[in-house]
Design a protein around this ligand. Structure first.
Ligand code: FMN
Length: 187
């Protein structure tokens, strides 16, 4: 549930790399947030690998993830593309979040974006991510799509998103996420 002037978004990068372009894309999103929308970036690095034997109780880092997900009005996921799919780190986080008793991704509005160094800007990873998110009952936003290809040209040496078109698409995505969240979880 949210109100029109306070929307808390949890940002997740599927890359654990220190100089990750996907994490940099989340930082660009934080800069471009419309008024009344805030972004908290959650680090997936402390999560252990999913193990069904380690669910009772959930490890501390998993409790933290599940709590942050539950508290967020919406999610913004920046996914890298690894071998035409999402990263193991991102799938691992979704697997932890999907487990009962409460499923914090169910009914959660989600915007997807991604950066790759290749020519296709994570299109294949994003399709897989949509499939997985739909399976766990999350509500991925359809459009606009933010697919940033050839990352070295889109970002400067300090990791700032300098591609004007990509910045515009990202702004459109954030505005669309605000509208989508109002629509699927009205105050
Ligand atoms: C294991 C691995 C597999 C990759 N597979 C793809 C791929 O299928 N398509 C693609 O465009 N880039 C691929 N890449 C290159 C990534 O786009 C590039 O490493 C990118 O910087 C990863 O995102 P990050 O900067 O957020 O870590 C792959 C990289 C790794 C490490």
């Amino acid at each position: 549930m949210t109100t029109s002037d306070s929307l808390h978004v949890l940002g997740i990068s599927g890359s654990l790399r220190r100089a990750s372009y996907n994490t940099a894309l989340l930082r660009a999103a934080a800069e471009l947030m419309p008024p009344g929308m805030t972004l908290e970036i959650f680090d997936l690095a402390p999560l252990p690998l999913f193990n069904q034997d380690a669910e009772k109780p959930f490890p501390e880092a998993v409790v933290e993830l599940r709590t942050r997900l539950a508290q967020a009005d919406a999610l913004l996921i920046a996914t890298p593309e690894y071998n035409s799919s999402i990263s193991g780190a991102l799938k691992n986080a979704i697997d932890w979040a999907s487990r009962p008793p409460k499923q914090p991704l169910a009914g959660k509005p989600v915007a997807i974006m991604g950066v790759s160094t290749g020519n296709f800007g994570t299109v294949r990873a994003q399709l897989h991510l949509r499939q997985v998110l739909t399976h766990v009952g999350a509500l991925p936003l359809g459009k606009p799509e933010v697919l940033v290809a050839r990352a070295e040209q889109a970002f400067d040496a300090e990791g700032r998103l300098v591609d004007a078109a990509a910045r515009g698409f990202l702004q459109d995505l954030l505005a669309a996420l605000a509208r989508w969240t109002q629509r699927v979880s009205p105050a």
